[in-house]
Design a binder for this molecule. Sequence first.
Ligand code: MN3
Length: 249
Amino acid sequence: MIPQELQISRRQLIVGAAVAVPAIALTRLPAQAQVFGKQGRDAAPYAVAPLPYAYDALNDTIDTLTMRLHHDKHYAGYTKKLNAAVAGYPDLMKKTPQELIANLDALPSGARTAIRNNGGGYVNHAMFWQIMSPKGGGAPGGAIATAIKRDFGSFQSFQTQFQTAGENRFGSGFVWLVRDAKGKLSIMSTPNQDNPMMKEYGGLFPIMGNDVWEHAYYLKYNNRRGDYLKAWWNVANWDEVNRRLAVAA
Ligand code: MN3
């Protein structure tokens, strides 16, 4: 069970990102609870979190129809199938989606693949909507800027490596910026709806990730995934990425 104090703090987060939460409370909370705060529900039935902006808000970079299909069909589909996968397992229904995917080995074998795919899809997309913003773009500031410079040499070098890893992901998947146990940032990519929090990837906390499934870019960019990855920086929400970095520690 989650202690009462966490539930209260988490509710503050659910109210909205604009609500000021004392920094000390953020650092004391487990990262999973922080991430979860914007996803709406910590137990089944898991809910489809609304986009934090209009469908057409990112239109210069990601077209409106792509956003509508991606959110209302793909993400909503993962959510529906995740709920179906845990139905009939009361113990699983009490867990957060992050807890489910971080402990795949502990799941009943009959539900494991469905939870891996759809729980991963749920967690990945809940993050993805938040780390984009119509007010995003530009160079990062704050702690993430310092950490990127420290671990990649420069923001440009980080961008190039992130784009290359995204382009090199064969088939569908995500490219990630992760933080390891020592606090060092690195880039990795995973197939399908896998997530770095899964044990086989080291159980690493994803600071940010870009969706390189064709459904994320094909209508506007067609086969040019590299163009999508390059343009995507225009909507990167560095405030949210900084928030995720802060709770990862
Ligand atoms: Mn997707």
